[in-house]
Design a protein around this ligand. Structure first.
Ligand code: PXP
Length: 246
């Protein structure tokens, strides 16, 4: 079974910093700590309103960290230009609405194919590995493949938000979509809302190559420290993977 990577999203380190202005806590320092704790990559979302990560953060992350940077971005000309300037390892295209609290729901690739196709091409030509953050819907996966992005990230928010039978249904959709991704040649990632309680069934899906996790890890860091929260998440992911292999 392929290894499962952990991308640590550091947006909310910047949220805490921005609550008071100034430079503390520093997201770049958090990225170095995440590397020491076993993260395989760093994810940061430069939102249109700059509510957490700033342009300067992206510049510093691109220049100062050794781990691959996954740049989360809306499908806008401004963000494409920033991605092309810094050339992160990866760019994950996400939907963005100004009034939302977080990224609610996946990108409608089916409905925006013709607008997204040239953006994906420009990013890919620059050597950036492009992923698209979508719902676990085979039509969306097919559209991603059609416009030439090599990676999808499946939105796990609904799975995390629900309990009981509804959660089981959401998990079954994600499992099916991860299988479909492999069948059509897409690398499959997953994320949003994952915690110690919800990570294992997602980590156990053999065709998922990477999880991106942020809010829970930063919140848990208040109680146990950032390194410890990441190490524990990593351990749960590895246990789930071993269990699924066995
Ligand atoms: N993946 C994507 C594409 C996201 O937009 C986010 C949130 O920014 C995450 C993963 C991480 O979600 P969370 O912070 O809830 O762990």
């Amino acid at each position: 079974m392929p290894a499962l990577r952990l991308g640590v999203n550091i947006d909310h380190v910047a949220t805490i910093r921005n609550a008071r202005g100034g430079g503390h806590p520093d997201p770049v320092r958090a990225a170095h700590l995440a590397a020491a704790a076993g993260a395989d990559g760093i994810t940061a979302h430069l939102r249109e309103d700059r509510r957490h990560i700033s342009d300067r953060d992206i510049e510093r992350l691109a220049n100062e960290i050794a781990l691959p940077l996954n740049f989360e971005m809306a499908a806008t000309e401004e963000m494409v230009a920033i991605a092309l300037r810094h050339r992160p390892h990866a760019a994950c295209i996400v939907p963005e609405r100004r009034e939302e609290r977080t990224t609610e729901g996946g990108l409608d690739v089916v409905g925006a194919k013709e607008r997204l196709r040239p953006m994906v091409a420009r990013l890919c030509e620059a050597g950036i590995r492009v992923s698209m953050f979508i719902e676990a819907d085979p039509r969306q996966l097919d559209a991603v493949r059609e416009i030439g992005a090599p990676v999808v990230e499946l939105h796990t928010g609904a799975y995390c938000d629900h309990g009981g039978a509804e959660r089981d249904r959401e998990l079954a959709r994600i499992v099916a979509a991860a299988g479909h991704a492999q069948a059509i040649g897409l690398e499959c990632h997953a994320g949003h809302g994952l915690s110690y309680d919800t990570v294992k069934p997602i980590a156990a899906i053999a065709t998922v190559a990477e999880l991106n996790i942020g809010h829970f890890l930063v919140g848990e860091a208040i109680f146990v420290g950032f390194e410890a929260s990441i190490r524990h998440m990593r351990q749960l992911m590895d246990e789930a993977r071993r269990g699924a292999a066995g």
